[in-house]
Each structure stands twice: as C-alpha cells, then as structure tokens.
Design a protein around this ligand. Sequence first.
Ligand SMILES: C[C@](O)(CO)[C@H](O)COP(=O)(O)OP(=O)(O)OC[C@H]1O[C@@H](n2ccc(N)nc2=O)[C@H](O)[C@@H]1O
Ligand SMILES: Nc1ncnc2c1ncn2[C@@H]1O[C@H](COP(=O)(O)OP(=O)(O)OP(=O)(O)O)[C@@H](O)[C@H]1O
Length: 298
Amino acid sequence: MTSSLKNCPAPAKLNLFLHVTGRRADGYHLLQTAFQLIDRSDLLHFTVREDGLVRRVNDVPGVPEAQDLVVRAALLLRAEVLRRRGGERGGARAPGADITVEKVLPMGGGLGGGSSDAATTLMALNKLWDAGLDREELMALGLPLGADIPFFIFGETAFAEGVGETLRPVDAPDCWYVVIEPGVSVPTPEIFRSEHLTRNTSPVIITDFSSHYANRNDATQFGGNDLQQVAMRLYPPVAHAIEWLRSFGDARMTGSGACVFCAVENEAQADAVLNEARGTWTAWKARALKRHPIAAML
Ligand SMILES: C[C@](O)(CO)[C@H](O)COP(=O)(O)OP(=O)(O)OC[C@H]1O[C@@H](n2ccc(N)nc2=O)[C@H](O)[C@@H]1O
Ligand SMILES: Nc1ncnc2c1ncn2[C@@H]1O[C@H](COP(=O)(O)OP(=O)(O)OP(=O)(O)O)[C@@H](O)[C@H]1O
C-alpha cells in the first residue's frame, strides 16, 4: 500500500459574487455565492506513521500545530476510521500521519487557504489510510471545521447556498484573474458580526446562474460581495486595493477579504496589470481551474 503522498495541492478559491441572504438560528449566515477554483495553491505532503500519531512536522508561523486545520481534520478522520473499524477496544489500530504544510496563500485572505488545506488533508488521508469514505461523507466531516471545506472536496467550480454546503457544479469558462493581497489579515467572524452588514439580499434563482455563466463577466451579473463594504470600512487597505484595481476591470473582494481580484481578457492583460502594480501592491495572476488538481493524484 502507498505510504506517502507528496506535493498535494490545496488550491485557492475566489467568490465571484457573494450575497448574504439571511441568518440561521445558530448565528451562521445564509449565503449565495459562486466559488471559482484557481491555480494558486498551498502544497501539502503526507507520510503514514505506524504509531497512530498525527503530527504537523514543520513550523507554520501564526498557527500552532494543535490549531492547524490540517491536524484537526486528520484527527476527525482518524476518529471516524477507528469508529468504523470497531474502535480500539475492538482491536482496531489508529492510523497516523506526518503532515508538512507549505503555505503560499495568505491567511485571512478570503482565498480559503485553511479550508483548502483541511480538504486536501481529508482527501489525501482518506486514500492513504484506505478509509473508504465517499465524497459526501468527507464533505459532511469537514463542514464543522470550516464552511468552505465542503466546496473544496466537491472539487469543481460551483454555485453554493446554505452556509456553502449546498453545491451545484458550474461549467466555468477558461479565464484569467489578477489578485491583490492588500497586506492585512481579515478575521472572518469580525466581518460577519458587524452591525453594518446587510443580511437581506434577495435570493437569485440558481437556474439563471448556471445557464448564464458562459463568459468571464457573467458570474458577477448578480452583483458584488455583501461583505465588502464592511471589510473596506474596517480595513482601509482593502478599499485602496479595490479602488486601484477598478481602473482595470470589475474589481471586488473575495470571501470576507482581504484579497481583491478582477477578471481580465487573457494572460497578457494580467501581465500588463501586474506590471502597473509593481512597487505598489503584492499581486499575482491566476487561471481558473475546472477541477481540483488533487483529483488526478488520487
Ligand atoms: C465568507 C466565506 O469565505 C465564503 O466563502 C466563508 O463562508 C467563510 O468560511 P470560513 O472562513 O471557513 O469560516 P468558518 O471558519 O466556517 O466561520 C468563521 C466564523 O464566521 C462566521 N460565519 C461564517 C460563515 C457563515 N456562512 N456565516 C457566518 O456567520 C461565524 O461567526 C463563524 O464562526
Ligand atoms: N492550515 C492553515 N492555513 C491557514 N490558516 C489556518 C490553518 N489552520 C488554521 N488556520 C487559522 O485559520 C485562519 C483563517 O485562515 P484562512 O487562510 O483560511 O482564511 P481565509 O482565506 O480568510 O478563509 P475564508 O476565505 O474561508 O474566509 C488563520 O488566521 C489561522 O488562524
């Protein structure tokens, strides 16, 4: 049996639009959003341990090992595997793993980096441990750890509802984006609890969405990101980045920020925008992905 999986990508997502349509009794917000996978990723490496321990073996500045979503995800899966195999009392042995996390995506960037790391961990260890969970079971296991985790396991560009767990695939066009990292880290809970957040955007009809998403501008036709005003008010660099990027296209924020992006015609146009950004912004280009790149490895 394979004992390691190296260079497993955990790609970023962009929220092409994001509407807050309500609030659940438990305080979580109901959303409608379009999740777009892009080809910029953290990189994870996994090696099976025979002693049943789960360890993150490298240092990740700002994230203690026990709080890392990759460790928490692995422990959740390990508990589920043990349960299915009859528990330790029934003679089952806990599977273990060493995990290395190479961070590329900024934390608190709205790119879903932590959730994507957790999703990649669940998918890779499900394979390495021969755990046998299907996609829906992995999505359900990951949801309590992060609202974006089900999407990354779903693994294709999608329209999402609920808190992000109700997903339907969208046939996304080949498309390039320019993304700016404004240099601040935005805590998601701070944005959702703001008194200035509007929570009553009218739901869009999802069949309209899927039938219209044929070119790079269509996904944004329903409007912008309802979290953006709040983040711009609390974090001025987010507002400055949007203002700057607006001269090149329909710039907006992803997730709860801080990163902002705009779709461009092609790679050459992305390079031209990056040229202008040099010296002012940390910025990069990314291409839309149709599928999660780990699918080809598992
Ligand atoms: C805004 C998005 O990035 C859109 O993709 C995600 O919904 C956020 O996902 P995330 O960072 O994984 O967030 P979580 O770790 O699940 O939630 C952090 C906190 O944000 C608030 N939260 C999050 C998602 C949501 N739909 N409603 C909320 O009110 C809750 O206070 C929650 O405790
Ligand atoms: N592996 C991880 N990578 C990044 N952050 C992690 C990880 N594990 C735990 N965290 C914690 O999660 C917080 C949010 O990080 P993340 O990069 O997922 O934010 P985000 O991109 O804004 O997410 P979202 O788009 O889902 O709101 C970090 O500040 C950090 O404390």
